[in-house]
Write a protein that binds this ligand. Structure first.
Ligand code: H2U
Ligand code: ZN
Length: 344
């Protein structure tokens, strides 16, 4: 790729969200006198008596977390969605004031009984249990007729709003397809109708060929800093074989997923020599009863850190009001990430 002009301000197309991202590579040298975050400190103890996710402890609703040995799933005590919300809707003012009931299920997913571990420090065989838990949740919740989407995610670190360092994630299963996967659905459908190939399969082959933004890979998965990344160290995790859902993954692909998640999470921690905060989540195809040949299961990692353990990116000003914008190029972020992934 001819890249010299890419050192000047330019915009890049995100084909998955069908929107532009502004890239301003010359701005990386600007001085910073703004907010500094407190660096995240690793959770030191293997068991915390005040942690509601540690085995044997009490949760907010008075129930006890059992002495689980691998993974553990429970209904979120402060669920954002309820299964029994009354069915209603309204449409006022020529469609300008619309509302409707949204039913759903929210669960908390414990990755491991040990309080001090993370995907970066867990053994790959243990992460494989997490992959199996995600698959079982996606399968069970997705099979319910009232559920059209199963969103699995993890908030890691206080900077990203995680309430507790104990390794855990969440699943929110909803009656309607949420905004982000709905946007991705339209883009992938349009591309498939035109090319008879899944958008993300073609995208991954291009990235593997270019080999400039690939930061890690194994036999079944690859991680890239997407060409259109917004967050400084944003990555996209893609299967080498385009499958739509967790349930379609072979045992080898599940092993591979556990392996690459470990590589990625451990590599992230080496970027600034600090536990790297992020929000990550999987986008499987909607579970709306339709076939989804256009869809490729993938995961987005959105870490907020920009230049150090204490300087984060803010989505403000032009980004809120105009378009998302980034300073360091995706290629430069990929070079940084590739270097730390290879030291594992
Ligand atoms: P986060 O760390 O990503 O916020 O996830 C923790 C979830 O755990 C959060 O959604 C729930 C919160 O509602 N929770 C319980 O279900 N029971 C508790 O006793 C405390 C927190
Ligand atoms: Zn704990």
């Amino acid at each position: 790729m001819e890249t010299l002009w890419l050192q000047a301000p330019h915009r890049r197309w995100n084909p998955l969200r069908r929107e532009w991202v502004l890239v301003s590579p010359h701005r990386t040298q600007r001085p910073w006198q703004g907010q500094m975050e407190t660096p995240a400190v690793p959770a030191p103890v293997t068991y915390d008596p005040t942690c509601y996710l540690c085995p044997g402890n009490m949760r907010a609703n008075g129930e006890h977390t059992p002495q689980y040995e691998s993974t553990y799933v429970f209904q979120n005590d402060f669920a954002a969605l309820k299964q029994d919300a009354p069915q209603a809707q309204f449409d006022l003012g020529d469609g300008l004031l619309r509302a409707e009931t949204e039913r759903g299920i929210c669960r908390v997913l414990c990755f491991d009984p040990r309080h001090d571990l993370t995907l970066a420090t867990m053994e790959v065989e243990k992460i494989r249990n997490v992959v199996d838990m995600w698959t079982a949740q996606a399968e069970e919740l997705g099979a319910r007729p009232e559920i059209q989407y199963v969103q699995i995610f993890e908030n890691r670190g206080a900077m990203m709003g995680a309430s507790n360092p104990h390794p855990h994630g969440q699943v929110w299963a909803t009656e309607h397809i949420p905004n982000e996967p709905l946007t991705e659905l339209a883009a992938q459908k349009e591309y498939f109708a035109k090319s008879q190939k899944p958008l993300l399969a073609t995208y991954l082959s291009t990235e593997l060929e270019e080999d400039e933004r690939v930061v890690a890979s194994n036999e079944t998965w690859a991680v890239v800093v997407p060409f259109w990344a917004v967050w400084p160290f944003e990555t996209l995790l893609l299967p080498r074989r385009s499958v739509a859902s967790f349930e379609d993954l072979s045992p080898e692909e599940r092993d591979g997923l556990a392996d690459i998640l470990h590589t990625l999470a451990a590599g992230y921690n080496r970027v600034f020599d600090t536990p790297f905060p992020y929000s990550m989540g999987f986008h499987p195809a909607p579970s709306d009863g339709e076939p989804h040949p256009e869809w490729t299961l993938h995961a987005h990692f959105y870490p907020p850190l920009l230049r150090s353990a204490t300087v984060r990116k803010f989505m403000v000003g032009f980004e809120l009001l105009g378009s998302p914008q980034r300073d360091i190029t995706p290629e430069s972020a990929a070079a940084t990430l590739r270097a730390v992934m290879q030291t594992s």
